[in-house]
Ligand binder design. Structure first.
Ligand SMILES: CC(=O)SCCNC(=O)CCNC(=O)[C@H](O)C(C)(C)COP(=O)(O)OP(=O)(O)OC[C@H]1O[C@@H](n2cnc3c(N)ncnc32)[C@H](O)[C@@H]1OP(=O)(O)O
Ligand SMILES: CC(C)C(=O)C(=O)O
Ligand SMILES: [Mg+2]
Length: 552
């Protein structure tokens, strides 16, 4: 691309870190989650949520299990202010949930924030100012010392305002644009704020290190976090928090590596809504932990219900491919994936129902409220016999013999390819019925009886283009006798009768299903299926269907 020389890296690799995080294999417990949907998520919407919408969203977050929720920027607008007042005055904040509010380091904004907080039993007051080279030079036009001064003035005012009210306040500081800040300067400004707040075991301070704009690969962010964690004053009384955005598509990786590097808390949003490409997606982070057998301490057992509220309130859409939440993420269209999933599901049922290791499915879709039926295996021209057979079995109880599945697989694939569309289970069933079941031309089965059971002498009644006929014959068994009658009548020659059957529960009725394959002299196998309350009749109908298919 022609303008590449315009760009250069804008981040700062820390001078020395122990890189302990690179040796850690996994995250072993859930972090403290803080939802910033109602602030960072909300400020990024085309139309921010109104009071009622924010109240409903807050309820959703509480139901999911968030214990820390940034409810807004109360000094930003009347709606933001009124929302916080409503939460407090209507006593809508559960005792085990702490609300958080954001403020710039400006006196009137801090004072307005405390005004909005009056009567709150407890809250986190989150102060931020920007520290990166670009912001210092271009936006604030201030020296490093002057930028530190902004933070210090705000930190002191927070302390003073908190002491003038009865609320139980915890403080949080974010060096906004941390990822574009020289690491030692970021450390210094955080330490200077901590010096003012004097964190203790009873009242720890949250230091939040945002990837306001994600600028580097995740290992750089992790190294920055580790450096801060290892060099920060009062570290034992500091809760180190992450706030990744997703500009480079690595929000989740940033958060995961940042946790390995020592962070204890993560701020993010549902499905990654937020400024530009969004905040880090907490659904993905939480379910990533879950997929490793770590309890995320958030409840995503009904993802479809959460998505429906989320989409209605934010007017955003969860994409079909969104990790865990997307409509298609547990769906396989392609044949070999479907085959492996169908086999994996039955292996699990047989061998180890407690443990999930089904190929292609990271977690059991049922655990987050997705159904197997209609969700996992969907059929189009990329599908194969395994998946198509699975759908027929799951939805209609039809367990085709393997070779017939293959034959049917091609029939279905061809229909989908010709029509250029996905086929629904009822359409697949229709194709099956038309292709194989109780086929009546050129010869229609009417009835049979055995004149002599000893030598399997049978009288078969059938109808063809010239009317109803009674034909006789014998064989080595009952089906063989009827087969001989048909071969003689139609002048056919086939061998290798393949036969299977099983019971079929349809409503309260039990029927028998028989499948028959016959091989013609050219080696081609023709299939038929018969369904009847009587097993023998079902197999005769299957034979007629196969024979009719051979003549077609
Ligand atoms: C990365 C983030 O998400 S940070 C959060 C961003 N969220 C929001 O901004 C949403 C809510 N914000 C608002 O509603 C408004 O910006 C308000 C009410 C907070 C402030 O409004 P206004 O004062 O009218 O405008 P504005 O935000 O443009 O003010 C910019 C001024 O604040 C200064 N400023 C910006 N951020 C900070 C900060 N964190 N601390 C101190 N000063 C700041 C700027 O340098 C600028 O100063 P100047 O007046 O000397 O040029
Ligand atoms: C206010 C801060 C934490 C923020 O949202 C960001 O830096 O992205
Ligand atoms: Mg942000």
């Amino acid at each position: 691309m022609k303008n590449v020389e315009k760009y250069a890296r804008g981040y700062f690799m820390p001078p020395k870190t122990s890189l302990k995080w690179t040796q850690k294999e996994s995250i072993t417990e859930a972090p403290i989650w803080c939802s910033v949907d109602l602030r960072d998520g909300n400020q990024a919407l085309i139309v921010p949520m109104n009071l009622e919408e924010k109240l409903e969203y807050f309820k959703l977050l509480v139901e999911i299990g968030f214990k820390e929720i940034e409810v807004g920027f109360p000094a930003a607008s009347e709606t933001e202010f009124a929302f916080l007042r409503t939460l407090i005055e209507q006593d809508l904040i559960p005792d085990d949930v702490t609300i958080q509010v954001l403020t710039q380091s400006r006196e009137h904004i801090i004072r307005k924030t405390f005004e909005a907080l009056q009567g709150a039993k407890k809250a986190v007051v989150h102060l931020y100012n920007s520290t990166s080279v670009a912001q210092r030079e271009q936006v604030f036009r201030k020296s490093k010392e002057e930028i530190i001064e902004i933070a210090i003035v705000g930190a002191k005012l927070l302390k003073q305002c908190a002491s003038e009210t009865e609320g139980n306040f915890q403080f949080q500081y974010s060096p906004e644009s941390f990822t574009g800040t020289e690491i030692d300067f970021a450390l210094e400004i955080c330490n200077r704020v901590l010096d003012i707040w004097q964190p203790t075991a009873e009242n720890p301070v949250i230091i939040n290190l945002p990837a306001t704009v994600s600028m580097s690969m995740p290992h750089v962010y992790a190294s920055q976090i580790e450096y801060m964690s290892e060099n920060m004053r009062y570290r034992e009384h500091v809760i180190l928090s992450l706030h990744p955005h997703n500009d480079r598509g690595t929000g989740v990786a940033d958060a995961e590596l940042g946790m390995l590097a020592g962070a204890q808390r993560v701020e993010g949003t549902l499905f990654g809504n937020g400024e530009r490409t969004g905040n880090v997606d907490i659904v993905t982070l939480a379910l990533n932990l879950y997929s490793h057998g770590v309890d995320p301490k958030l409840n995503f057992t009904n993802i479809p219900a959460i998505i429906s509220v989320y989409e209605r309130l934010t007017k955003m859409r969860v994409s079909e491919r969104h990790p865990y939440g997307g409509e298609l993420v547990f769906t396989a269209f392609s044949g070999s994936h479907q085959d492996a999933i169908a086999k994996g599901m039955s292996w699990r049922e047989e061998k180890n129902p407690q443990h999930w290791s089904v190929p292609y499915l990271l977690i059991d879709p049922k655990d987050i409220g997705r159904e197997y039926e209609g969700d996992i295996i969907r059929i189009n021209s990329q599908s194969g016999k395994g998946g198509i057979g699975y759908v027929l079995q799951l939805k209609y109880g039809l367990d085709l013999p393997p070779k017939m599945r293959e034959h049917f697989g091609y029939c279905v694939k061809n229909v989908s390819d010709r029509q250029q569309k996905e086929l629904m289970p009822d359409e697949i069933h229709d194709i099956f019925m038309k292709e194989y079941v109780n086929i009546k031309t050129p010869v229609e089965f009417v009835k049979y009886r055995f004149a002599d059971e000893e030598d399997f002498r049978t009288i078969v009644t059938l109808r063809d283009s010239s009317g109803v006929k009674e034909l006789t014959g014998t064989g080595s068994g009952r089906l063989d006798a009827i087969s001989n009658v048909l071969q003689a009548h139609l002048g056919l020659d086939y061998t290798d009768l393949i036969y299977t059957e099983h019971a079929l529960e349809t409503g309260s009725k039990s029927q028998a299903v028989s499948y028959i394959g016959i091989k013609g002299s050219n080696g081609k196998v023709h299939w038929g299926c018969g369904i009847d309350v009587d097993i023998m009749t079902s197999s005769v109908k299957a034979l007629f269907s196969a024979v009719n298919n051979m003549t077609r």
